[in-house]
Design a protein around this ligand. Structure first.
Ligand SMILES: [Zn+2]
Ligand SMILES: [Zn+2]
Length: 340
């Protein structure tokens, strides 16, 4: 059973999940294994559906929704076989000396992007990305019905340096019984900005960036691709909705294609111009059952290529040092055919 443990110095939870556990002495060996790992049989390929836990959602070839039926498919959602969190635990905290712990309650699902053995999202069609985004929306709306789940994080790890353990293109959905620290910081930070300026910080960023055209790489009817002013990583890329909404899952169907358009162009850019480095992407959507942050929180998507390593200073201080300027990377990106 995974477990939350409270870091009482930082007042933050940590998850201890040993479902994939290796004995301590096996970590050296594991590093070598990961480097040559191409499994002979991929559990995410068409024909190997029995290798994953029972399916939660399937998008059939004709794009109709179906739960647990047979036949050809485009996208499947399954529970993670090695979950960092489990559904059948009680989110009750226990004291242990000065510490606190809690059973690892939560939801951990895998979105399999394609029945073919495709390893890069840049190889997926824009229409497939639209389906994947639509699946994210459907899953959050469903998970939201569970009032014990306070927040949902959707994320993708592509490439070894980004932490991917299976190369077949997939993303992950986490439902948590708490608000994770990064989201909490964004909520507090934007609440403080709102109090001082009577304005949503992201709306202020969008308004200013569109008027400046320095760090805006691309824009369509509903979204902009920008290099953030206070960038923490080289080529850190945001896809921001141009309308104010705290929650991604409120998105109207008609806007999903515009999001997929931006995501496809970002993926194509990193593939064509930078040889597709490992990356993480994630969607930050507001807390599921709180409403007092609605005016200040603006959902967002971040794509972080692994082009630099966080070193001692960053880890010790929490202050990131970015070795490029977002103005410079924005100029470079705008020249790419991916954004024409
Ligand atoms: Zn595969
Ligand atoms: Zn806003």
């Amino acid at each position: 059973m995974p477990q939350y443990r409270k870091d009482i110095i930082l007042d933050e939870w940590v998850i201890i999940a040993t479902e994939r556990a290796k004995r301590p002495e096996n970590f050296r060996e594991e590093k070598i294994k990961i480097n040559n790992s191409t499994p002979a049989i991929c559990p995410f390929d068409a024909g190997n559906e029995q290798m994953t836990p029972a399916e939660i959602l399937r998008i059939k070839s004709n794009s109709e929704l179906s739960e647990g039926s047979d036949g050809a498919w485009q996208v499947r959602v399954v529970p993670n076989k090695f979950p960092a969190l489990v559904r059948d635990a009680e989110p009750v905290s226990r004291k242990y000396g000065p510490y606190m712990s809690m059973d690892g309650f939560g939801i951990h699902e895998v979105v399999i992007h394609t029945p073919e053995h495709i390893t890069n999202i840049s190889s997926l069609e824009r229409s497939r990305l639209s389906i994947i985004i639509d699946v994210y929306v459907k899953r959050i709306r469903e998970i939201k019905k569970n009032t014990r789940i306070e927040s949902v994080i959707i994320m993708l790890n592509q490439g070894k340096e980004a932490g991917a353990s299976l190369e077949h293109s997939h993303s992950q959905i986490f439902g948590l019984p708490l608000i994770p620290p990064v989201l909490e910081k964004e909520i507090y930070g934007t609440a403080r900005y709102f109090k001082q300026n009577k304005k949503c910080a992201m709306c202020a960023i969008i308004e200013f960036e569109l008027s400046q055209d320095r760090r805006v790489v691309y824009k369509n009817g509903n979204f902009a691709v920008i290099q953030p002013y206070a960038s923490r990583n080289p080529f850190e890329t945001w896809i921001v909705p141009l309308w104010h909404d705290p929650n991604f899952e409120n998105i109207e169907d008609a806007k999903i294609d515009d999001f997929a358009d931006c995501l496809k162009r970002v993926a194509d850019f990193f593939h064509a111009e930078l040889n597709e480095p490992s990356f993480n992407y994630y969607i930050h959507t507001g807390p599921l059952h709180l409403e007092d942050y609605n005016v200040n929180y603006h959902w967002n998507f971040e794509f972080i290529p692994k082009l630099s390593i966080k070193a001692g200073f960053e880890i010790a201080t929490g202050i990131d040092i970015c070795i490029t300027t977002p103005e410079h990377t924005a100029d470079f990106m705008k020249q790419s055919s991916a954004f024409k």
